[in-house]
Design a protein around this ligand. Structure first.
Ligand SMILES: [Zn+2]
Length: 570
């Protein structure tokens, strides 16, 4: 039998949350949604924790390092979307509920029979493995507690677990599932590991902003600077904090629920992970000290807000969180970090203004890009177009190039540097060298400094693509077709004692674009797991008794094709 425990009363939950946030919360329905696993509620990841280019949008529920745990519908509703994604959420299900929320289940191993059949019919109709299938509300109704799928490790998941989300159906904004009374036992206070001071002095934040790190020490949720010292600012400054949170049952470090900065008992900044929008989740690269994360992996959350940061997680912010004092009074500052269970940790320190401690950054000469306008750059065979909302703040853009490397068809263009984050994609065009033969123009693409393909199309002498990170770029060509390695099939083989035909596929540069298999001239579904590079067909009614003709074609992004044919017997 299923046992879903809800030991907190509605009142206690609301009190705790109001306390955790200091603001009146919308009333999310309590105890409407049940946990989707019949396992102890242990999480590897929580809502709002820092991931690469986004905030984590749900709970990662642990499944004992195993796949195949039944996944239950969290409440009555209708399957509204079935998605099979190469990477990302892998096999995913969406259930819309009559109360205006949608629950989402990702990285599933497989779906229940009814959902599987519906999906398979759709994949055959589309002749495609990775599909995003919206369903009408009448097609598959589900009941709370019904098995909808089995947990897995599909998509970009690095170990078996269930990713579970609750979204506002209308806006699709993910909301912290723990606000709905889904409780993860947690009596562990957040941990504060460092305080950082940024000397801004009216300049945009960058890797060149002078920065001071203050180690902290503390016990039982009370922290102070170690050694005890007064933080001295010499002009416009910002602060940042390194912190994390654990819960009672797991060793994983998660994100806090809220961070608040108070100076002389006045809140000047707070961030709360109640909900956010996928549209601006990439703003995380402005929220954190991005150069520190790229250079050292350190996750510092800044408490000053750049003008191009459109995240909606901030509350009670004064002067964008920027400190600017002109008297020399000593001020009491306090960071308060809370988790969603109401555990809190406090870092107390003192701040003083001293004009002698001013530190200014040496900003190199470059073309000034304004964050609130379209910016263009055209020089030495490189063209850039940065649409609105690409930058978080103004930027002195720097550019260099170096000679064409062996096997390449352009100079290497050093486009600013990797420590400066971008909020969105910009278009990049690189002029191809005259040595690029006409017949290879369609095979040309752009690679970064790690020789990783960034895609690209040849247009009027340039190869054009979109990039989301500054880096070094140049043109190469991909003329090599993908590799197909048969694992358990050969021409003339008997396939009577096996349930599937299995291959390994890979590509040298541009990446796999399509894979299509035919049995006796009819398209059959190949499933693909890029983490292991395997694709397989599971025998079904499309295979005849006796002799069958099999053909597999794999293409890469530059339309190089590899074909494999075999006759097999069943
Ligand atoms: Zn997740």
């Amino acid at each position: 039998m299923l046992k879903f425990l809800f030991s907190l009363s509605l009142l206690t939950v609301l009190c705790q949350l109001a306390n955790a946030q200091n603001t009146v919360l919308p009333e999310y329905p309590q105890n409407y949604f049940i946990r989707p696993l019949d396992l102890p509620p242990i999480i590897a990841g929580n809502f709002g924790e820092i991931r690469s280019n986004h905030f984590h949008s749900g709970l990662d529920l642990k499944t004992n390092q195993r796949e195949g745990h039944p996944v239950y519908a969290s409440a009555d509703g209708n399957i509204s979307r079935i998605r099979v994604q190469i990477g990302g959420g892998g096999n995913a299900l969406y259930i819309s509920h009559p109360n205006g929320y949608t629950t989402v289940y990702m990285h599933l191993r497989n779906f229940n029979d009814r959902i599987s059949m519906t999906l398979k019919n759709y994949q055959y109709r589309m002749q495609k493995f990775d599909v995003d299938f919206p369903l009408l509300s009448v097609e598959i109704p589900v009941k709370k507690g019904e098995i909808i799928a089995w947990s897995g490790n599909t998509g970009s998941s690095s170990g078996p677990h269930l990713h579970f989300e609750i979204r506002d159906t209308k806006t699709e904004d993910p909301i912290n599932p723990q606000l709905f009374g889904i409780r993860i036992p947690d009596q562990v206070k957040p941990v504060i590991t460092g305080l950082y001071l940024y000397h801004l002095n009216g300049e945009p934040f960058s890797e060149l902003t002078p920065k001071q790190a203050y180690p902290v020490s503390g016990v039982a949720g009370t922290y102070q600077l170690s050694p005890q010292t007064v933080v001295t600012i010499g002009g416009e400054s910002g602060l940042g904090i390194a912190c994390s949170d654990k819960n009672s049952a797991s060793e994983n470090s998660n994100g806090p629920y809220s961070i608040e900065l108070r100076i002389d008992d006045q809140t000047i900044y707070s961030s709360v992970w109640e909900r956010f929008s996928f549209e601006n989740s990439r703003g995380i690269n402005s929220h954190i000290d991005y150069p520190a994360m790229i250079a050292t992996g350190r996750r510092i959350q800044k408490s000053f807000i750049e003008p191009g940061n459109s995240l909606k997680i901030y509350k009670n912010v004064i002067n964008n969180g920027i400190l600017n004092y002109t008297d020399q009074n000593i001020r009491n500052a306090q960071y308060i970090v809370k988790d969603i269970a109401g555990n809190q940790s406090v870092l107390n320190f003192k701040i003083r203004y001293n004009p002698a401690s001013v530190k200014t950054s040496l900003i190199p000469e470059g073309k000034r890009f304004k964050f609130n306008q379209v910016n263009e750059f055209d020089s030495a065979g490189l063209k850039l177009n940065l649409p609105l909302n690409t930058l978080y703040d103004d930027l002195n853009f720097t550019y260099k190039n170096s000679p064409m490397p062996a096997g390449a068809y352009s100079l290497i263009h050093h486009v600013h540097n990797r420590l400066m984050p971008l909020n969105g994609a910009l278009s990049l065009a690189i002029k191809a060298d005259d040595s690029l033969p006409v017949e290879l123009q369609s095979k040309a693409l752009i690679v970064n400094r790690l020789k990783k393909s960034q895609g690209g199309t040849f247009v009027n002498g340039y190869v054009k693509t979109e990039i989301r990170n500054f880096d070094s770029f140049y043109i190469m060509t991909d003329t090599m077709a993908p590799r197909i390695v048969p694992v358990n099939i050969s021409n003339g083989a008997s396939m009577l004692n096996t349930s599937k035909i299995l291959f390994r596929i890979s590509d040298n540069l541009s990446g796999i674009k399509t894979f299509n298999a035919m049995i006796n001239g009819k398209w059959v579904l190949m499933e693909y797991e890029p983490k292991t590079g395997t694709i397989w067909y599971t025998f079904d009614e499309l295979t005849a008794k006796g002799k069958n003709d099999f053909e597999l074609t794999v293409s890469d992004m530059k339309d190089n094709l590899t074909n494999y044919r075999a006759v097999f017997y069943r």
